[in-house]
Write a protein that binds this ligand. Structure first.
Ligand code: AGP
Length: 615
């Protein structure tokens, strides 16, 4: 979960790389650095802390002018965050320099071998071992950088996306990828490198997504050479056209990316529905389902694997698939699934959900399931991401870049895709009538507008946030479709405000958690349910009788809960199965405002990174 950037062309490399690192800071931000070939040597500047710290260091440096360079923003995996462990890392001769995103699992064995060959190490990183292995091979085999990298990587076990420059060959950058993302921006007589496309989208729309096991030798004024790492065989990758525009990236006037992305949800949902929902013809078009409809119709079970917030959208889908499509559905944490030797039958259907498309546990779980013969349907938000490419088929959530570490629009667009899948399969199986089908598709076509309306409670929610910002603990309760939303609301609060919060099925209160209730423990209760509304009302009364403070999320027009809760947040009414789209909105806003009032770093909370690409 680090970010790497590179540039080779006719412009000054430093500003391009620095700006690119700022765009990738969400991938990790405990240290950062830049290396530039300045005409006589490779000059490196790096610093512990965020990019802003690096920027201050750069202002003191003079010898960083040049048109070839690489940069890195780090989330530590080997070696604590400090200047020495920050990337770029030099080889012993100072002639080679590398930036790396990933983990070299056999680095200590390689390190011992290099020490015997006389190599010394300044840092505790696996990356410094890798660059010295490359140097060792380059000298011993008397080969150029590209070949040395290819030979060295065949001795390496682990995941990497690397960019390497050579003082003796300053008109090229060698990149390689296995298990971590890396893309190449192809400009006019210039090339860009990025962990994703955001560092260079204003310079070119032509992008090559390097595949696992591939290496590229990017050269000035010459064609880039593409090779397979395993055997150095030639490959010719596809150049993709980007639709992203820079303004999508900027905050567009919001204080934080998270708030911008919360407010983008109506549009993100509409963009995700676009081309998939034809109300007049009464059709849901999902090519990933259409092409494999028989697999889905004959499926005995669907298993959904994911992590974090994506796991919560999977839980909502469990209710959707079982209630609407009558398909047995299980939900698993990818990190558990991958290690428990699960029973996976040939052609079982696995749905993998991931915003980044790079979560290591989810990617590994997919590979395990495929090795057992399963069919994998990916739901990702990043086009060309590793999970998207590893899946047999799937659907993208067209939420646009989600920069805030706390996932919001990815969550509601994941639910959008999952809802379309559930309703489509239900219709295909003849479970729901044409009338019910039309009711569902009309409601989902309108849910973006209802989310927009739910956002209008923002000022009310901000006032409530003010009253609860000093809470030390919070309880979130929900039933049915809204139990996963209670979990999601709790996760949002804890990951950005650092307040301890737990989500529970409301009925579980009497099995222990009710012991927690007192006047200092606020409880957020989702009370929009129609099916068991009276049960949730009695849960609220149980809390009230123990002096618990209650914030209730209710549907417009609610009367009963309004009489007993301390604070009410109304959301637009909708059908039971779509209430999660409504109830998650106030919980996102509540956590956002509390975190801002506490002065937390909302977009880059401590200890977290946007994409967890290591275990
Ligand atoms: C959600 O707010 C968190 N940032 C985190 O739980 C995230 O959902 C999880 O790491 C999964 O990420 P993915 O969707 O990119 O796979």
């Amino acid at each position: 979960m680090c970010g790497i950037v590179g540039y080779l062309g006719g412009r000054e490399a430093l500003p391009i790389i620095l700006n690119g690192l700022k765009r990738l800071e969400y991938r990790g931000y405990d240290s950062a650095g830049i290396a530039i070939y300045n005409g006589s040597s490779i000059s490196v500047c790096k610093s512990k802390g965020k990019i802003s710290k690096l920027e201050k260091q750069l202002q003191k440096r003079k010898n960083l002018s040049g048109s070839v360079g690489i940069g890195h923003t780090r989330w530590a995996t080997h070696g604590e965050p400090n200047n020495i462990n920050a990337h770029p890392q030099y080889s012993n001769s100072n002639k080679l320099c590398i930036v790396h995103n990933g983990i070299i699992e056999n680095y200590s064995t390689i390190k011992q071998k290099l020490i015997k060959e006389g190599y010394t190490f300044k840092s505790d990183t696996d990356t410094e071992v890798l660059i010295n292995l490359i140097e060792y091979v380059k000298i011993k085999e008397n080969v150029k950088l590209g070949e040395a990298v290819q030979i060295a990587l065949n001795q390496v076990i682990g995941a990497y996306a690397i960019a390497v420059i050579d003082n003796d060959k300053p008109d090229e950058i060698v990149v390689a990828k296995l298990g971590s993302p890396l893309c190449i921006g192809v400009g006019k007589d210039e090339h860009f490198i990025g962990s994703d496309v955001t560092p260079f989208i204003e310079f070119t729309k032509n992008v090559i997504y390097l595949e696992d096991g591939e290496l590229a030798i990017i050269r000035n004024h010459k064609d880039t050479l593409f090779r397979k790492i395993v055997d150095d065989s030639k490959i010719s990758p596809t150049i993709n056209k980007l639709e992203l525009s820079l303004d999508k990236i900027e905050k567009q006037g919001f204080d934080h990316y998270m708030l911008k992305e919360i407010y983008e949800q109506p549009k993100a949902i509409q963009d995700t529905l676009r081309g998939r929902l034809n109300i007049s013809k009464g059709i849901i078009k999902l090519s990933g389902i259409d092409d494999y409809i028989n697999k889905f119709l004959s499926a005995k079970k669907i298993t959904i694997i994911a992590c974090g917030t994506s796991w919560h959208s999977a839980l909502v889908a469990e209710y959707m698939f079982e209630k609407i499509s009558r398909i047995p559905t299980e939900v698993e944490y990818a990190s558990e699934f991958r290690y428990r030797d699960p029973v996976v039958e040939r052609n079982d259907i696995i749905i993998a959900i991931s915003q980044s498309g790079e979560t290591a546990d989810t990617l590994a779980a997919i590979k395990l399931a495929k090795s057992k013969g399963a069919f994998v349907y990916g739901i990702c938000n990043v086009v060309g991401s590793s999970i998207a490419r590893e899946s047999d088929t799937g659907s993208y959530t067209h939420a646009g870049p989600e920069i805030g570490v706390a996932s919001t629009k990815a969550f509601t667009t994941q639910m959008t895709v999952l809802y379309l899948m559930a309703v489509k399969l239900s219709k295909s199986k003849g479970i729901i009538s044409e009338k019910i089908f039309r009711k569902y598709i009309v409601e989902i076509s309108n849910i973006g507008n209802k989310v927009h309306k739910a956002l209008s409670a923002n000022n009310e929610i901000k006032k409530i946030a003010k009253k609860f910002k000093s809470a030390k603990n919070c309880l979130y309760l929900g039933r049915g479709y809204n139990f996963p939303i209670a979990l999601e609301g709790a996760l949002k609060l804890k990951e950005i405000s650092y307040i301890h919060a737990e989500g529970y099925p409301a009925a579980e209160m009497k099995h222990g958690p009710i012991a927690l209730i007192d006047k200092d423990m606020p409880t957020i209760v989702i009370a929009t349910n129609k099916i068991n509304y009276d049960k949730i009302v009695s849960n609220i009364q149980e809390i009230k009788s123990r002096k618990g403070k209650i914030i209730a999320i209710v549907s417009e027009g609610d009367k009963e809960v309004k009489e007993i809760a301390d604070y009410i947040i109304e959301v637009p009414d909708t059908i039971e199965s779509m209430t999660p789209f409504m109830t998650v909105i106030p919980l996102q806003l509540l956590s956002y405002h509390i975190a801002v009032m506490l002065g937390k770093d909302v977009d880059q909370p401590r200890n977290l990174a946007k994409s967890v690409t290591v275990e």
